[in-house]
Design a protein around this ligand. Structure first.
Ligand SMILES: Cc1cc2nc3c(=O)[nH]c(=O)nc-3n(C[C@H](O)[C@H](O)[C@H](O)COP(=O)(O)O)c2cc1C
Length: 149
């Protein structure tokens, strides 16, 4: 089975998790890069605002075609109890191109359920989901076995 890991990460937490999933599943890996700047304090404020509104933001062109993969792992951070906008942009862009999907999220500790729900609005139901706190990812306090099986 060919698999692809797709993620957005503002401060490298989700990135770390995405890289672990990719190495354990032997997947190609795609980073979603927004054209909007979410860095620094201003970017944080923009993230809160955009997260709340759920708007679609522009993203850079992608390396991999999701249609070439049997399963796609898609992840990002939670912003204001929604998934970070670049992830929504990816899902929207590929609404009809995704076969099986699994979703993963990182957050300080809240907003997982509402974020998964929002992701499902742009995709079919995920086979599995994985929700980890920033702390768990940093300390590598998780087991990916169930998620990748
Ligand atoms: C704009 C913004 C909004 C956030 N909103 C939430 C939130 O609603 N709930 C939460 O638990 N964490 C929230 N966080 C924390 C991040 O979800 C968390 O630190 C995440 O692991 C960061 O992942 P990243 O490094 O991949 O961007 C927010 C962070 C940012 C930058």
């Amino acid at each position: 089975m060919k698999s692809l890991v797709v993620y957005y990460s503002r401060s490298n937490i989700t990135k770390k998790l995405a890289e672990n999933i990719a190495s354990m599943t032997n997947s190609d890996i795609e980073e979603i890069k927004p054209k909007v700047n979410y860095n620094g304090k201003l970017g944080y404020a923009r993230g809160i605002k955009d997260g709340r509104s759920g708007k679609i933001v522009e993203i850079e062109s992608l390396k991999y075609n999701p249609q070439d993969y049997d399963i796609i792992y898609i992840g990002g951070p939670v912003w204001a109890s929604k998934v970070a906008n670049p992830v929504i942009s990816y899902l929207k862009l590929n609404e009809n191109n995704l076969k099986d999907v699994k979703f993963f999220l990182t957050a300080g500790g809240s907003g997982f359920d509402s974020s998964f729900k929002q992701m499902e609005e742009f995709s079919k139901k995920p086979l599995k989901t994985l929700a980890l706190t920033t702390k768990e990812v940093k300390k590598e306090e998780y087991d990916l076995k169930d998620f990748i099986d």
